[in-house]
Design a protein around this ligand. Sequence first.
Ligand code: BES
Ligand code: ZN
Length: 689
Amino acid sequence: MRCFPTQSRLQLLFLIALPLAVLLGAGCKRDAAGDSAGTPAAKPVPNVRTIDEHSYAEPGVVTTTDLALDLKLDFDSKTIAGTATYTLDWKDKSATQLVLDTRDLTIEKVEGETAAGQWTPLQYALAESDKVLGSGLIIQTPARNAHVRIAYKTSPAASGLQWLEPSMTEGKQQPFMFSQSQQIHARSWVPLQDTPAVRFTYTAHVTAPANAMVLMSADNDPAAARDGDYTFKMPQKIPSYLLAIAAGDLVFEPISKRSGVWAEPAMAKKAAAEFADTEKMIETAEKLYGSYRWGRYDILVLPPSFPYGGMENPRLTFATPTVIVGDQSLVSLVAHELAHSWSGNLVTFSSAKDAWLNEGVTSYVENRLVEALYGKERADMESVIARNELKEEFKTVDPKLQALAVKPGVLKDPDENSSATVYAKGAWFLQFLEQRFGRENFDAFLRGYFDHFAFQSIDTAQFAAYAKANLLDTYPGKVTQAEFDAWLYQPGIPADAPQTLSPRFGVVDSARLAWRGSAQLPPPVITSPWTTQEWLHFLDGMPETLRIDQLAQLDAAYKFTGTPNGEIAQRWYPLAVRSGYMQANSGQAREAIAEFLQRVGRRKLIMPTYEALVQTEPGLAFAKEVFAKAKPGYHPITTGTVQKTIDEAKPKPAPAAAAQPALQPVPDDAADIQASPQQASPQQAPPAG
Ligand code: BES
Ligand code: ZN
């Protein structure tokens, strides 16, 4: 507890009462979620439809309808300072306090506007900080002011911001900064009601050094003058996790009239070429699900330390540069982030427990866009890759996190959702419904769903009620309520889930099997038409470990070590580590792994390698060594995940490397996934492109 504006007896009382209020507030939320014994003294939160256990805000009492930011970016101190002004809608006419979420913020002043238009100080206190949730900011508002203003400053270690030295950028001349607000990191750079249950419009005035171009998840003007003084407007209501900002040496490259790429100068043309199909993707999505409602759709290419593949910040998708590989093979990322313009940004989950409503529906739509643009074969290959990943992940994921609708109290940290569940199982559920009801009916349903809940935040129960009325009851006899509910509320994958077979993966499986049995690589005639997806499947079907000579043979032919493709790297390096290849090939793999882990900060790409490394003592030592060097360049979110993996490691003493006979029969535990009638004739093959 700190930051008390004045000293008085009243304030002393306040000092004692506030932590209690926070505790009672939290207890009350948990009661409502049906998870604790109940706190008799707790004041019920009125009118709360959906409870978000990851926010201290009380949307049943008051909601923010507009946020006006006035901020200054300071690259030297790595801080943002300024004011946030809230327009409030008081639902509870007897309410006396406004509770906001914060994390590591310094609150300098809180004021409320009186009915006469005067700004007067309000009493406030920051509650003790929780590791996951940050600290509630409790503001005394007996007058239920229509406008409240907070002067504040961020910490250089804000979990939702990364400040990059020039050396960590492409151009190496200017510093760079960007935000990543999802899931609950917006509170580290703006005090707010950090729950997706609350939606608000926003405006911003941002100042920065004159050479820094500033962009936000708002109306960025492609022709904006780079002068250090910028204004933004987001006229549509968005949840807090879509608040976004970035600044650096950024230029614009158009793709179509309403879409383009922002990137560092050296990257802009390459990125626009990679994402050339964006306009076609928007048009395809519009045909299926109704007009794109956000004005422009631009993509911001970030430095490689961006902790995610992409982030669907409205009007300005944030994207990792690791998908710019020159052959458009990883552009399903754009399809995905664009799809969020309907599933997520338009119809939003009201808490992280229902993440599948965002990510699962989006992964389904993504696959439909990929199918429309690149054909069913590619879409099916991508589905199979995702489902195989799911099968792997479900071996270890807590069954409680395997239900699409996660029960209250299960998800301690919303960043620790099971991605297999929310993405792959979520998409699979919709593919199941599509198959049972027929594509035409299901497309009409989904389009109606987006229209019905547009600009609203909903939970799984609301989705289920809408689906019952507009799908199950409209087309009786296709899907029973029990089948429907099994997907939403049970762990695992229902036995009647539709299976997708990719004939092209059948060829890959045969080639892999034949190689494992004969040591003969598939001939170029087989492998030369392989796309990235086929190479990924080739690696996905490998057993836990291979022999050193096998790895060396693959590496000589396909140059996996040192690959510029992060998706290949995230499969090859863990296999190499588990197999003891790192110690074996005179340090070449060791060096390439270190380089990869230091260059890339995208969690999904690097975590499998860290996880493989920490299994053995020498691996753990190496992981620590690399992490120490990589850490200054990592995003706080990535740093947290790697640190946790290292801290919780239980390494075995012996390295995995062992001398093995040159040829072995394919063992029973072979991970090969799809059998195929085709047989590859074994010969030498060229490097993977
Ligand atoms: N919204 C997510 C990113 C996210 C999810 C951030 C949860 C924080 C918490 C984004 O749309 C996403 O799904 N990104 C994927 C890429 C996609 C192609 C599957 C990613 O980053 O891997
Ligand atoms: Zn997503």
